[in-house]
Design a protein around this ligand. Structure first.
Ligand SMILES: Cc1ncc(COP(=O)(O)O)c(C=O)c1O
Length: 296
C-alpha cells in the first residue's frame, strides 16, 4: 500500500480541503490510474518491455499519465486522439513521448474506439504486441485510488485530528477516483457523504448526456466505477457560474484550475460555509486550466 504523500492536501478556504492532484507528473490525478494499470500489467507479464506497445483512446489526462508511466520502462505508447482535442494538446502528448495513431482514419470519420479496434485486429501484420489499457474497463483504475490516493489522503488528514466526517465533492469520468477515494476514507473510519457534480443537462446515472465544456466528467458513457450507493446528492453546474468560480479561485489562490475542478469547487465552497472542526469538505484539484482556454 502506498502511503507516501505525493500531492499536497491544503485547506484552501475555511472548511474546504483540496488535494492538489494537478501537481502530479503529467498534470493530473490520471497518472495514478495509468501508473497502477501499467505496473500491474508488468507484474502479470501482460506488458513485456522491449516487446509490448501500450495502446489507448484518449487525448485527455490519461494519455499524459500513460506517457509518464510508460517512459520509465521504455514502453512505447500509441494513442488514438479524437479530432476535437486541441493541436496544442496533440503536440504536448508527442512531446511527452506518445505516438498519435490513426489520424487518417479519424479524418475519414472513424471514432477513436474504431481506430483502436483496427489496430488490435491488425497487430500481427503491424508486427506489434499491444496491451490495451482500456481505462473504462480496467479495475486497476479503481485500485489506484483505493490503495494509493485514498490512503495518501488518510495519512494527510492526521493534520486535522478533529475531523470525523467528510463531504466528498467529486465529478466522474470513469468514476474510479470518486469510488476509490470514498472507499478508502470509509475503511479508515470516516463518515462520508458524496456529492456528485455534473454539468447542467447531464445525468450520468441514467446515461443522459449533452454536449458540454467540462472535459473529463460526464463523458458520454455511464461511469463504470461509480458505486451509486455512495452518492448522497447530485449537484449540477452551468458553465458561466463555473467560469466565475475558476477566475475567483485563480485570483485568490494563484492556481488556474481546469473546468471540472472549478465546477467541483463551486459546490464545495457553498458547502464549506456549513462546516465545523469535526466536519470538512474535501475535493480534488484535478488539473490545470490552460488547456481549456481554447474551448471558450
Ligand atoms: C480533468 C478531469 N476531471 C475529472 C476526471 C474524472 O476522473 P475519473 O476518471 O477518476 O472519474 C477526469 C478524467 O479523465 C479528468 O481528466
Amino acid at each position: 500500500m502506498q502511503t507516501k504523500a505525493f500531492t499536497p492536501l491544503l485547506e484552501v478556504l475555511p472548511g474546504l480541503l483540496a488535494k492538489f492532484e494537478c501537481d502530479n507528473p503529467g498534470g493530473s490525478h490520471k497518472v495514478r490510474a495509468a501508473r497502477h494499470i501499467v505496473n500491474k500489467a508488468l507484474e502479470r507479464g501482460e506488458i513485456i518491455p522491449g516487446r509490448t506497445t501500450v495502446i489507448e483512446k484518449t487525448g485527455g489526462n490519461f494519455g499524459f499519465g500513460l506517457a509518464v508511466a510508460c517512459h520509465k520502462f521504455n514502453i512505447p505508447v500509441e494513442l488514438a486522439v479524437g479530432l476535437s482535442f486541441s493541436p496544442v494538446k496533440r503536440q504536448c502528448l508527442e512531446l511527452f513521448g506518445a505516438k498519435l495513431i490513426g489520424v487518417d482514419m479519424l479524418n475519414e470519420g472513424l471514432a477513436p474506439r474504431e481506430v483502436i479496434e483496427w489496430h488490435l485486429a491488425h497487430a500481427e501484420e503491424l508486427g506489434k504486441h499491444y496491451y490495451y489499457t482500456d481505462q473504462f474497463n480496467n479495475p486497476d483504475s479503481l485500485a489506484a485510488h483505493e490503495f494509493e490516493t485514498g490512503p495518501e489522503i488518510v495519512e494527510q488528514l492526521k493534520a486535522w485530528p478533529h475531523i470525523k466526517s467528510l463531504t466528498l465533492v467529486k465529478c466522474a469520468g470513469t468514476g474510479a477516483s470518486l469510488t476509490g477515494i470514498a472507499r478508502s476514507l470509509i475503511a479508515a473510519g470516516y463518515l462520508i457523504r458524496v456529492v456528485l457534480v455534473e454539468p447542467v443537462g447531464c445525468d450520468s446515472q441514467s446515461g443522459v448526456f449533452t454536449d458540454h465544456k467540462f472535459e473529463g466528467m460526464a463523458v458520454g458513457v455511464k461511469p463504470p466505477f461509480v458505486d451509486w450507493q455512495l452518492i448522497s446528492e447530485v449537484k449540477r453546474v452551468d458553465y458561466e457560474r463555473m467560469l466565475i468560480c475558476q477566475k475567483e479561485f485563480a485570483r485568490a489562490n494563484g492556481y488556474f484550475v481546469g473546468n471540472t475542478t472549478a465546477a467541483c469547487l463551486l459546490i464545495a465552497q457553498e458547502l464549506a460555509a456549513k462546516t465545523d472542526e469535526a466536519h470538512k469538505i474535501l475535493t480534488l484539484l484535478y488539473d490545470h486550466g490552460l488547456w481549456y482556454l481554447k474551448m471558450r
